[in-house]
Design a protein around this ligand. Sequence first.
Ligand SMILES: [Mg+2]
Length: 377
Amino acid sequence: MKITEIRTGEVWGHGYSCYVRIYTDVGLTGTGECIHGGDGIQGLIAGLSRFILGEDPMNVDRLWEKMRRYQVFNGAMAGNLVTAMTGIEIALWDLVGKATGLPVYALLGGKFRDKIRMYADCHAGGDDSPQANADKAKEVVDQGFTAIKFDLDDMRHPKKYDMFNHTVNNAELADMVAKATAVREAVGPEIDVAMDLHGRYDTGSAIRIAKALEGLDLLWLEEPVPPENIDAMREVKASTSTPICAGENLYLRWGFKDLVEKQAVDIIMPDLPKCCGLLEGKKIANLAEIYYIPLAPHNVCGPLGTIASCHCCASVPNFLVLEWHWMERPHWHDLVQADPPLIQDGYITLNDRPGLGWELNEEAAEKHLRPGTRLFA
Ligand SMILES: [Mg+2]
C-alpha cells in the first residue's frame, strides 16, 4: 500500500479545524482533524506531503519522524508546522486502522477503559455574574457531566487598570472568588470544578489567586502564569494546595520535558490534535506517568479530533478527563455520523470499528467551510 494523495478542508467551529484525508493506491482512505494550525494550515500540509507521498502508510511513527526531521530548520519544534504534522498523523492512524481492521486504540497498545470521561468548558454568556455562572454550572451538571470548567480571567473587567499588565487587583480577585464560590456551591462538593486563567497573570498574582481559591477543592487552576517560563509555573505550584494544570500551548515531548521533570504542575494538558498527535501524545503521557502526573488533554476540536484524542486517552493509564468546548456550538453533533449523539451522560464510549470508528459528516461540514474554499478538493 502506498500513499497517493493528501487533501484538506477547513471547517468553522472553535476557530477553523483542518480536516486531512489521505488516499492510497488500494482505494483506502484515512481522515483526521487538527486545530489551531493558523491561516496557512492547508499550505503547510500540502508542503509536508512531499515527505510521505509514495510511502507505506503503515509506518506511522517513521513518517512522523521523517516529516519532523526534514522540517527542523523550518521550525518543526513547535507551532503551526507541528499542528500540520498532527493532522496528517491522525489521518494515518485512521487509515492504518481501516487497513488492519483494528480500532486506533488497539494500534496504540490497547485500552485501559471503554469510555472517556469528558468535562464541559462552560460560559454563562453575556451576564457573567456569580448567579449566572452558578445557573450554567447546574444546567451542565444536569446533562450528566461530572466535571466542568469556567474562565476566571476577564480582560474586560471594569476595574482593570491596564490590559497588558499581569497584576491582579483586589476588585478582580474578589470577583474571581465570588464566581468560583458560586459555581462550587451550585454543584456541591462531588462535582469536579476547574478554573482557567489563560496564562494572564504574573507570578505573585497567580499565587494570590491560587491561595484565595484553596477552600473550594478545585480539580485544577489552569495556566496561572504564561506557559514559557517553567520555573515561574513551578513557583506557583509549590506555593499552594490548589492543583495547577498547564500545557495547552506546549508542543512535542521536548515541550513537556521541563514541565514534567521539574514537576512544575500537578496535571498536564497537551492539546493532542494541535501539539503532537496520538503516538507522541502517548509518549508525553508516559513521560508524565514517571512522575505520577495525570493527563487531562485540552481539546477544542470538532468531533473527529475529539474522537482521536479519546483513542489516545484510552491507551494510557494516567488519563484523568478530556475537554469538550462546544457547549454553545450545536453543529458539533452534526459534524459526525453518530446515532445516538457521541457524548452520553458526560462520556464518549469508543466503539471497536476500524480506525477512529466514526466518519466525518461531509454534508454538514460543507455548510461551515472557510469562505471560498472546498472540502477535500
Ligand atoms: Mg485553557
